[in-house]
Design a protein around this ligand. Structure first.
Ligand code: BJW
Ligand code: ZN
Length: 249
């Protein structure tokens, strides 16, 4: 792994670091990404699944998709990249981890504070009365879960296209991006906004922005450094560099 002297020095000294992760960080755990040749959407049409109108039209198909992904997510384990970020959190005074993923793997790896921009597959709520419903079970017999209180349809607590992101989470992520001196964008194609705006916000506010991805992305020409490779191989090396000059907080 080749990194610049500037990046190395920031890893060792920066007091404020922000990270944005996307589906690519969980790929080595065995969770499919959305885009790219092995991406979910090379087989499934996004517009049929990831928006509310589609859900109202075909709640059974959308539930089947989330149920399938939930099963995979529960069977897999966090990988070296998730663990490296959990270790980094312990070493940096002001560390903000924002994820677009709904898979819970950062929390399972030990990250204490995770800002979830697109929700969490473990939670669901009633579209009619808003009540949160844990432990939703979808079966062949009950393909669409309904609310015990009002009978409304239950949906996964995730953010679909055209929907607002949780405003408090977005604001916290934006202000952290604005004040950090180092920003890492990891395993995201950086095409979905407003998430993809975070590294750009950081750059505009003077942070050094480094991208880690298997390939170049939509924002590669705008960042300071692109590390091409697997997150699970690169991040543990970055955490090691940090460790050489930092103690646990
Ligand atoms: C590895 C690796 C390894 C693989 N190591 N790397 C025009 C301009 C600006 C915005 C818009 C616009 N038109 C429409 C919009 C808004 C829209 C949007 O951004 N659309 C664009 C596609 C154009 N955004 C929205 O609608 C958002 N809401 C919003 O803006 O509200 C305001 C508003 C309201 C009303 C009208 C208009 C605006 C909501 C976005 C919600 C996204 N939801 C999803 C589904 C979440 C639930 C679920 O998971 O099922 O979020 S879509 C999907 O994409 C999911 C992801 O979080 C998100 C991002 O994907 P991600 O994580 O980047 O994954 P991939 O697969 O794309 O990339 C993986 C990468 O990893 C690849 O690059 C690989 O190379 C790499 N990789 N292995 C390192 N081992
Ligand atoms: Zn209800």
């Amino acid at each position: 792994m080749m990194i610049s002297g500037k990046f190395e020095s920031l890893l060792k000294t920066a007091d404020s670091i922000c990270v944005l992760t996307g589906a690519g960080i969980s790929a080595e755990s065995g969770v499919a990404t959305f885009r790219g040749t092995d991406g979910l959407w090379s087989k499934l049409k996004p517009e049929e699944l990831a928006n509310f109108d589609a859900f109202l039209r075909n709640p059974d198909i959308v539930w089947e998709w989330y149920n399938h992904r939930k099963q995979i997510i529960q069977e897999v384990k966090p990988n070296a990249a998730h663990y490296a970020l959990a270790a980094m959190e312990q070493m940096v005074k002001d560390f903000t981890l924002t994820t677009q993923n709904i898979d819970n793997l950062h929390t399972r790896a030990g990250s204490k504070r995770v800002l979830e921009l697109h929700g969490n597959i473990e939670r669901s709520y009633c579209v009619t009365c808003g009540k949160f419903v844990p432990d939703v079970v979808v079966t062949r017999e009950q393909r669409i879960p309904h609310c015990g209180d009002c009978g409304g349809v239950i949906r996964p607590d995730v953010v679909w296209f055209g929907e607002m992101l949780p405003q408090d989470v977005l604001e916290e992520s934006m202000s952290a991006a604005a004040r950090c001196s180092l920003f890492l964008s990891i395993g995201t194609s950086a095409v979905v906004y407003p998430a993809a705006g975070l590294p750009l916000k950081a750059r505009d506010c003077g942070a050094y922005v480094v991208e880690i991805n298997l390939e170049r992305t939509e924002i590669s020409h705008l960042v300071d450094e692109s590390l091409i490779g697997k997150a699970g191989e690169i991040l543990p090396q970055l955490a090691e560099i940090m460790k050489t000059s930092r103690s646990q907080k």
